[in-house]
Design a protein around this ligand. Structure first.
Ligand code: 4NP
Length: 152
């Protein structure tokens, strides 16, 4: 199972999702890999936002070495499931889909914990520290569900 986590900048939410999921893959010894990307190239080549790195550290999730990259059509060939952080990200990913197989790979990550509600992982970029803690908790819960599904 090859998993891709996607947000807008690939510096706040999706690197956190990648770090959390990687830890669960190790802990549960899952036959899975995880990567992340952004629907924009605004921060291409940059490490995650300092606030995401700090929040991760607090929870023993090291994302300091990750590097932002934009999502491309080729990712549909490389990954089995593509988790978008919000509906806008999902729309922009689907815009690049070539067929129904590509489209079927794209899901909203919070539907894993709140099925069919299409909730967003709130973008913490313009907010304070509390936003990052909230993002961590939501993603930790979602990745736990994903991990348990893979384990089954
Ligand atoms: P992310 O957060 O999509 O969770 O990485 C953002 C990062 C950068 C911007 C917006 C959201 N930006 O506008 O530069």
């Amino acid at each position: 199972m090859k998993i891709l986590m996607v947000c807008l900048g690939n510096i706040c939410r999706s690197p956190m999702a990648e770090g959390i999921m990687r830890l669960k893959i190790e802990q549960y010894e899952l036959a899975a890999t995880v990567d992340s990307a952004g629907t924009s190239n605004y921060h291409e080549g940059e490490h995650p936002d300092k606030r995401s790195i700090l929040n991760g550290k607090k929870h023993n999730v090291d994302i300091s070495q990750l590097v932002s990259r934009p999502f491309t059509t080729a990712d549909f060939d490389q990954f089995d499931v593509i988790y978008a952080m919000d509906s806008e990200n999902m729309k922009n990913i689907i815009r690049l889909a070539r067929n129904e197989t590509d489209k079927a790979k794209v899901k909203l990550i919070l539907n894993e914990i709140y099925p069919a509600t299409n909730k967003a992982v709130p973008d913490p970029y313009f907010g304070g520290e509390g936003g990052f803690e909230n993002v961590f908790n939501l993603l930790d819960e979602a990745c736990e569900v994903i991990a348990k599904k893979i384990k089954q």
